[in-house]
Write a protein that binds this ligand. Structure first.
Ligand code: SAM
Length: 283
């Protein structure tokens, strides 16, 4: 079985480049080969796929991805880590080194990559996990599916169905692009440094967005308004967005949504209908 990086290798690599993992960049490196194998297996990659990895860090997951896919495009924001990665891959997988592209960039800003990725597989920096996933789904329609590791609580939110306690903005916005599913929980001691909370795996499969004449931006504006005041009824929560409670009620009724319901019980299709009802009324 090809070698993956354990605690000894990770510490040695970190020492070689003199880095101290920072919290601001969510730098918690995986030091356990079994966790990498679990992530790669849960990602269900075809051997001909191009994988986008965000935040390759010291290369723990990159090695596992190179073993399973045709190509890996790794986007790393930290210049020291980005510079070291090709050397690490050349040392541990010389025969696969040509299959890796390293892009030094902020994953929240990228709109172009050296190859069209078909899958996103990443141990994401926790503080920006949701915006990164939404940004990539928006800008890279070639992404068909993915598996991301995020804070366990965020994993629950991303995968939550309408009506559940954790359903909120990340769940509905992710549902615009994809169907999501929680794919497991990962303990803290497989990382260096160990985070204070567990991590969760979320897998997603892209699907067509709801059929609507409203744009994604218009639908997302309704979602933001509905959850900004989560405890309120939709009639009250959408009053600002609709320019009045009466208008909010009118749009909700036209969309077949109960004005006394809360945002947390309606799905992405219903949010799209509400946005569309307003467009129709203003036409
Ligand atoms: N994939 C590695 C692993 O599993 O060991 C490292 C994962 S670590 C949780 C997150 C990585 O994302 C770090 O390498 C960090 O420098 C990088 N990072 C943080 N913010 C980023 C951003 N906005 N764009 C790209 N990479 C980022």
């Amino acid at each position: 079985m090809p070698q993956l990086l354990g605690a000894t290798e990770i510490r040695r690599l970190a020492e070689e480049i003199g880095i101290r993992p920072t919290k601001t960049l969510g730098q918690n490196f995986v030091i356990d080969g079994n966790t990498i194998r679990r992530i790669v297996s849960a990602a269900h990659l075809d051997p001909d796929e191009t994988v986008l990895e965000v935040g390759p860090g010291l290369g723990s997951l990159t090695l596992g991805l190179l073993d399973a896919a045709a190509r890996v495009v790794a986007v790393e924001i930290d210049p020291v880590l980005a510079a070291k990665l090709p050397q690490t891959i050349a040392a541990f997988r010389p025969q696969l080194a040509a299959n890796l592209d390293v892009v030094l960039s902020d994953a929240m800003r990228i709109t172009e990559l050296p190859a069209q990725p078909t899958a996103l597989v990443a141990n994401l920096p926790y503080n920006v996990a949701v915006p990164v996933v939404l940004h990539l789904l928006e800008h890279f329609p070639s992404l068909r599916h993915g598996l991301v590791m995020v804070q366990d609580e965020v994993a629950d939110r991303l995968a939550a169905p309408p009506g559940s306690k954790t359903y909120g903005v990340p769940s509905v916005k992710a549902a615009w692009y994809a169907s999501t599913r929680k794919a497991g929980v990962i303990g803290m001691n497989v990382f260096w440094p160990a985070p204070k909370i567990s991590s969760g795996l979320v897998s997603f499969t892209r699907r067509e967005p709801p059929i609507t004449r409203a744009s994604r931006k218009q639908v997302f504006a309704v979602i933001d308004a509905a959850f900004a005041q989560r405890r309120k009824t939709l009639r009250a929560a959408l009053a600002g967005w609709a320019e009045g409670g009466a208008k909010a009620e009118q749009y909700l009724l036209a969309a077949n949504v109960d004005p006394s319901a809360r945002g947390e019980v309606i799905d992405i299709a219903a949010f799209s209908c509400i946005a569309e009802a307003r467009l129709d009324a203003l036409a």
